[in-house]
Structure formats: structure tokens, C-alpha cells
Design a protein around this ligand. Structure first.
Ligand SMILES: [Zn+2]
Length: 317
């Protein structure tokens, strides 16, 4: 049994496993999922048991994962009768379904703010009266996104995992709605292979990585596939400014990800949102007098870029 969300005892709210990963990797957040307790998201079920009746996490801390992260029952987790999370107990050696089944209907472009509640359990209504305490316990610095429900996510990895793990079920991807900014489409439409980036602006582009170059001030990700324009093929790449990475709140995790990618022998894919590579004329290295065309873009927000393995995409080719 997979859980779409779990109740975090430390934050006193429901989180997706992708929220948990965000918090684990966020160097500005005093959060460690190993020190938190995750409980059944069904309120009725949760209050029926003591706080020690916890769920387990899978891939909550692994930067480079292949299998879908999730919350799961432990062998000792109990549920009330009728709880929809009670259907199956985890048993040793159980092979979990690999799919992400919880499709957020909206990818929210501003980061969710996770607030650590200051009140003790059971003193509802008196929470957060001390402003000094409140601010020191607030995790994250972005605006308050109080309207985020489990149906929305601000973690890019979540819709990407939905797409990657369900790539063999095109009908599902073509039916599942996804809203980003002002645009509503389906998962299938929003994810665009990099070689077709001229079809439409403002999509999630993805493609297999050909190489990652480590330059003094930036990384450059080269895609394997080329874009065709006027019957001519053009290379596609995106640049990641190292200053951007240095000031990134998930700097360590990001560097771990990209450094592993530079040396990786396995097929890797890059997904990004927010910029559309466009045709640029750049000087040739061998002969600076000469210029050649390349589709290129500078990544502006590292939250909206992922480098990962995607065995399903490999098989679906
Ligand atoms: Zn339950």
C-alpha cells in the first residue's frame, strides 16, 4: 500500500514524500525525516493510536533514486477498520508497485512553505502566538502557500515521477490533467521531448543526456537528440550557472546529483521547466571567426530541473 501523503508529527501537517525529500535536502531547514514520525493521513485512524504507530519511508533521502519514493506500512503499523490505507501490510521481500499513483493536478511554481508548529499537541487554537518563536521555527523563506492541498505540489520531482513511472500507460497520461501557471493540459501534453521543443513554448522538456561539461563558471548539459530547423539539425543544451548552484538551498544534494551524473555510465535524462531553448549563434572553438547555431537556454530556477535515471523511458523507446 502506498500513501499519497502522511501526517508529519514535527510539522503537524500532511506531507507528500516529495515534500519530505525537499525538507531533507534543504540546508536552511532544520528537518531530518529520520527524526520525525509519519502517521496515517486518515485523521480518524491516526487519533485512534498512539504516536508510535508510524509509517516507514522509502527513498526519502536518496538523492539519485530509480524506484518511486513513498510512505509505506511497516510490519507493525496498525489501522482502524475501514481505513483505506489498511489494505495491505508490508511483508519482508514484498515488491512494491513501482508506479506513482498520486498525480498532482497542479504544479505550483512558488515553493511551499513548511511551518513547524510551536504549540504542543492538544493545545489547538493557541498556536503561534509568540512571533519570535514562530519565525525561528519557520522552515523556508518563500511566501505562504496555505492553499496547497495534497492535490497540488510545488516539488518538480513529483509530476516527473508520475510521468516516468507511468510511461508505459499512455492512456493514463493522456487523461490525467495538469495545471502549470495559467495553462491546463494533460501530463502527456505537458511533457515534451526535447527534439520537438519548437512545437510549443512553456512545456516541461526532457531528453536523454549526451554529456555534461564542467566549465569554470557553469555546467552545460548536452542532449542526445537534435532539433531540426529548415532541414538542418541543431544541437540542444542548457547551461547551469555555478553561482546559481552556490546559492541554492539544496546545494549539496544538487552537486551530488550533477557530479554523479558527470561520471555516470548509465543513461540519464534531464527534465526542466521554465525556459525554452532558442536558436543562438555561438563562436566555434576551433575557429572563433566561425559561428554555428545551437538551441540553448540558461536555467533560471534549479528547483525546476532534474537529472535522473529513468529506466521506463529507456524501455519505452
Ligand atoms: Zn490508517
Amino acid at each position: 500500500m502506498k500513501f499519497d501523503t502522511a501526517y508529519s508529527l514535527a510539522l503537524d501537517e500532511k506531507l507528500s514524500i516529495y515534500d519530505v525529500r525537499e525538507l531533507n535536502f534543504d540546508e536552511t531547514a532544520a528537518f531530518d525525516s529520520d527524526k520525525d514520525s509519519f502517521l496515517c493521513p486518515n485523521n480518524e485512524c491516526r487519533v485512534a493510536f498512539a504516536a508510535g504507530n508510524v509509517l516507514g519511508t522509502f527513498n526519502a533521502k536518496n538523492v539519485n533514486y530509480r524506484r518511486t519514493p513513498h510512505f509505506k506500512n511497516t510490519p507493525s503499523t496498525r489501522h482502524i477498520e475501514g481505513c483505506r490505507y489498511a489494505s495491505r501490510k508490508a511483508v519482508a521481500g514484498e515488491s512494491e508497485d513501482e508506479r506513482e499513483e498520486s498525480f498532482p493536478s497542479e504544479f505550483v511554481l512558488t515553493r511551499r512553505q513548511y511551518e513547524r508548529k510551536t504549540s504542543a499537541l492538544g493545545t489547538e487554537g493557541s498556536a503561534a502566538l509568540d512571533p519570535a518563536k514562530t519565525s525561528s521555527n519557520t522552515i523556508g523563506t518563500s511566501h505562504s502557500a496555505g492553499d496547497i492541498t495534497p492535490d497540488k505540489t510545488s516539488v518538480f520531482a513529483h509530476p516527473v515521477e508520475c510521468y516516468v513511472s507511468n510511461i508505459d500507460d499512455k492512456d493514463k497520461l493522456k487523461h490525467m490533467p495538469l495545471k502549470i501557471g495559467e495553462h491546463t493540459a494533460t501530463y502527456w501534453t505537458f511533457f515534451k521531448k526535447i527534439e520537438y521543443l519548437q512545437d510549443n513554448h512553456g512545456l516541461i522538456y526532457w531528453g536523454r543526456i549526451k554529456a555534461i561539461k564542467d566549465y569554470t563558471s557553469s555546467f552545460r548539459i548536452d542532449f542526445e537528440k537534435k532539433v531540426w530547423l529548415d532541414k538542418k539539425p541543431y544541437s540542444v543544451n542548457v547551461y547551469l550557472n555555478k553561482k546559481l548552484i552556490e546559492s541554492y538551498r539544496k546545494r549539496k544534494a544538487f552537486l551530488e546529483q550533477i557530479k554523479a551524473a558527470v561520471d555516470s555510465e548509465r543513461p540519464l535524462y534531464c527534465f526542466f521547466y521554465g525556459v525554452t531553448p532558442s536558436l543562438k549563434q555561438v563562436p566555434s572553438k576551433k575557429n572563433p571567426e566561425q559561428r554555428f547555431g545551437v538551441f540553448s537556454a540558461d536555467i533560471e530556477n534549479l528547483d525546476h530541473l532534474i537529472i535522473r535515471e529513468a529506466p521506463g523511458l529507456e524501455a519505452a523507446k
